[in-house]
Ligand binder design. Structure first.
Ligand SMILES: [Zn+2]
Length: 399
């Protein structure tokens, strides 16, 4: 089957044939200019295409049409078209062909290098892309784009120190704040240091992360995790509570930690008191506490169990399946067991559906991802606040 590239190149050959014919007919050419290629050349190119030898046809085209001021834009257009169509090898071949031209103006060379760097990026050849973008980031007119691309590459390669350097330069040159993004780079460094047991460096990185505005809550969360891992429970609890106060959506990350610290310390009464105070201050927290408890299968703590029961009784979709009001009215053990069963089933449902969703692009995942893998934005994910019955139902229908 002839592909779109076949038609594209065939079109170019036909255009060239027409131009050659016109040139030959009117004879308007300079003395030092190469003679127009013979018709046989076009036919040869077309023949390759008819035999579906697109690469040979492309080579033939590149040999026939030298890169000069008149044709360079055609070469660029052809190159970017190939890249957009995912035929990166061909795009690379065209851009390398432009760069090989010895008398290329520096502006055109930069444009060709930038295009080639984008080809490498599209082909996943990150090292080569990085090398070219680094060169372009030093004084070309593609400085800003090159630095943006470098940030993306360093994020993929998890080279956070280099990402910080590129991001800091980009802030100055691009004239827009990248504070949040750079703060996350520092948090990444902090997490790496903490997991290697280097808590002093980790604390320093968190400090850097929290120096800018807008401040990321991830800094506080990382600090809380460091306190937890170094057995500084008092600080850890203080921080986890503050995180929930300031950003209720992070309850899914902080509440299980709070429960686990109090339980480990055998201070369940203290936990009940703290949670009661939290809900009294903000009654909306009750359903968030319930949902977090269901998702993480946290039970046996009366404040939390009350939240869960209330949540289940007020869940309209659930009411279509189970007569929870009746179960609740049953004062004997039977009621309790039935409730526990429904709750267990809810936990399983919640575990089978995505818990977080990106507010920018809708990408969803099971655990919190600070950078969305789809749109690459930072801190755009938010957790679901209730069991996604529709998703579960869709899931079971399509299965
Ligand atoms: Zn996204």
């Amino acid at each position: 089957m002839p592909t779109e590239s076949t038609f594209l190149l065939a079109g170019l050959f036909l255009l060239l044939a027409a131009a050659g014919w016109a040139m030959g007919r009117f004879g308007e050419r300079d003395e030092d200019e190469a003679p127009p290629p013979l018709n046989i050349d076009y036919l040869k190119g077309l023949n390759f295409l008819l035999n579906e030898q697109t690469d040979q046809a492309l080579e033939h085209f590149l040999k026939m049409v030298r890169v000069d001021d008149k044709t360079i834009e055609t070469h660029f257009a052809l190159g970017s078209l190939f890249r957009r169509r995912g035929e990166v090898d061909r795009a690379i071949r065209i851009h390398q062909n432009i760069i090989a031209r010895p008398d290329l103006a520096s502006e055109q060379r930069d444009q060709a290098l930038y295009s080639l760097a984008k080809d490498y990026l599209a082909a996943g050849l990150l090292d080569r892309a990085e090398k070219l973008f680094t060169r372009l980031a030093d004084g070309s007119r593609y400085q800003v784009q090159a630095l943006e691309a470098l940030c993306g590459i360093y994020e993929q390669e998890r080279e956070w120190q280099k990402a910080i350097e590129a991001g800091t330069r980009l802030e100055v040159l691009g004239g827009r704040s990248l504070k949040l993004q750079i703060a996350h780079y520092y948090c990444e460094l902090a997490e790496v240091a903490a997991s290697a047991g280097d808590y002093a460096s980790a604390r320093l990185f968190v400090k850097n992360a929290q120096s800018g505005r807008p401040r990321t809550m991830r800094g506080a969360l990382t600090r809380a995790h460091i306190a937890r891992d170094t057995n500084d429970n008092k600080t850890a609890l203080k921080l986890y509570h503050r995180i929930i106060d300031e950003n209720t959506y992070l309850i899914a990350e902080a509440l299980p930690e709070i429960v686990s610290i109090y339980t480990r310390e055998d201070e369940v009464a203290e936990l009940e008191r703290a949670l009661k105070a939290m809900i009294a201050k903000n009654p909306d927290m009750s359903s968030l506490v319930a949902y977090t408890a269901i998702v993480n299968d946290i039970g046996g703590i009366s404040v939390i169990d009350e939240c869960v029961e209330e949540y289940m009784l007020n869940e309209p979709t659930l009411g279509e399946f189970v007569e929870l009001q009746q179960i609740s009215a049953a004062v004997n053990d039977e009621g309790g067991t039935a409730f526990a069963k429904v709750r267990g089933a809810l936990s399983k449902l919640a575990a089978a559906t995505p818990r977080y969703q990106c507010q920018e692009c809708g990408f969803s995942s099971q655990r919190l991802l600070w950078q969305c893998p789809s749109c690459r934005e930072w801190e755009t994910q938010r957790p679901a606040s209730r069991v996604q019955f529709d998703t579960v139902l869709q899931h079971s229908i399509t299965k």
